[in-house]
Write a protein of this length. Structure first.
Length: 399
């Protein structure tokens, strides 16, 4: 009898625990207490203590020299080569032999980019004073870009976008070479139909220019023979005409030496700390048209900071394949409102209170061109930066 009662009890318990899993759920037991709400709003006045700083990448440290003609800005490349030697090593003698004479020079340049605009482009190579350096200004060397100093021209076909370029220079290309301690310097300008732009690889790219020369020396039997030697770049840069200064209420990004803009965000705690941010978009109003060569573009990138030390703040670099992420491509001459996705910057603020609530804007590649963006700062009476937030507030919130 006891065994029978125990068996019946197990059957009752089993029956009580059965459920038709194919039946639909019944509210309110299986339904959320509230619906998911998504808020999209633009909030002004969140950007504060914003500033721009110049000098992060100087022209002589850039990977390319930007050479421009025919527009509002003129830019020229300048190169100083390492000094030649007054003697050349001869294996037959096992020693250096003095140079008796120079026969000619050979110049090699590498074209990194040719802007599509302009036609019948040629590079005009001029000799410059041997003592050009980082203190040399555009105005100081302007007089040397004349017909009397022209030593070679290099044609660039309209179909060429990048290439290795070369030219043979006459023996009299550098008439003061001996007096200049065997140091040669050149300037690079553009001649073209219409505005034109080319980027010439600089020494910083590892693919800079070289200057060779053919010389005569004595041989073992007393006759003269030809030998060659080559010199790499000792200094290179690009110099350009002034593009004006930004207004007192404007911030700058780009140009050369490159400028960065530091923006600090007084982020609403309700959005950043307690809500789930789906998207955050920085909205900027230009203070003047984007500076550069008409038809060209510049890329502005927003990057998070490890800590906020002002202009020396270290950035959290984005992966090399993420140029389309957190950036905007700006056409030269544009006055359009600029929007940059900064979601990747603000989302980590929620779980890491040590991260500064600020970020940096910079041009990529940096310091390699004259392209510059100037926009209204938080101090401007009109058009200060805004942030558009798309977020999901906490469950049960009345906002």
């Amino acid at each position: 009898m006891g065994k029978l009662l125990a068996s019946l009890s197990l059957l009752v318990i089993a029956a009580a625990c059965t459920e038709d899993v194919g039946a639909p759920g019944a509210c309110p037991e299986f339904c959320p207490s509230s619906t998911i709400k998504v808020i999209d709003t633009v909030i002004a006045g969140l950007i504060e203590r914003d500033s721009s700083f110049r000098g992060f990448v100087i022209p002589q440290d850039a990977a390319t020299m930007q050479v421009i003609s025919g527009g509002a800005i003129t830019s020229r490349g300048v190169i100083r080569f390492l000094p030649f030697s007054d003697s050349v090593r001869v294996i037959d003698f096992g020693s250096n032999q003095p140079v008796l004479a120079t026969d000619s020079f050979s110049l090699r340049l590498n074209l990194a980019r040719r802007f599509p605009a302009g036609s019948n482009i040629e590079l005009a190579i001029h000799r410059l004073p041997a003592n050009i350096d980082s203190t040399t200004t555009f105005g100081a060397v302007d007089q040397f870009f004349a017909d009397s100093t022209l030593i070679a021209t290099i044609n660039i076909a309209d179909s060429v976008t990048s290439d290795s370029l070369s030219a043979i220079l006459a023996v009299d290309a550098f008439p003061t070479l001996a007096a200049d301690s065997l140091v040669a310097s050149i300037g690079i300008a553009i001649r073209s139909v219409g505005p034109a732009l080319v980027d010439v690889s600089a020494n910083g790219s590892g693919n800079g220019a070289s200057l060779g020369r053919w010389v005569q020396i004595d041989s073992t039997d007393g006759t003269t023979v030809q030998r060659s030697e080559s010199r790499q770049v000792d200094f290179d840069s690009f110099l350009f005409s002034a593009s004006g200064v930004p207004g007192p209420d404007a911030l700058s990004v780009g140009g050369s030496p490159s400028a960065r803009a530091l923006l600090r965000v007084n982020a609403p705690s309700f959005i950043v700390d307690t809500s789930n941010v789906i998207r955050a978009t920085l909205i900027m109003i230009p203070s003047e048209p984007v500076i550069g060569v008409p038809g060209d573009t510049i890329r502005i990138q927003a990057e998070a900071l490890i800590t906020d030390f002002g202009p020396k703040s270290p950035i959290i670099p984005l992966p090399s394949d993420s140029l389309l992420f957190g950036s905007a491509l700006l056409p030269v001459g544009s006055m359009d409102t600029v929007r940059i996705d900064i979601t990747h910057i603000v989302v980590p603020w929620k779980n890491n209170p040590r991260l500064p609530r600020s970020f940096m804007l910079r041009v990529v590649p940096e310091g390699a061109g004259v392209g510059e963006y100037r926009f209204q700062s938080s101090r401007a009476s009109f058009g200060s930066p805004l942030i558009q937030w798309t977020f999901i507030p906490p469950a049960g919130s009345n906002r």
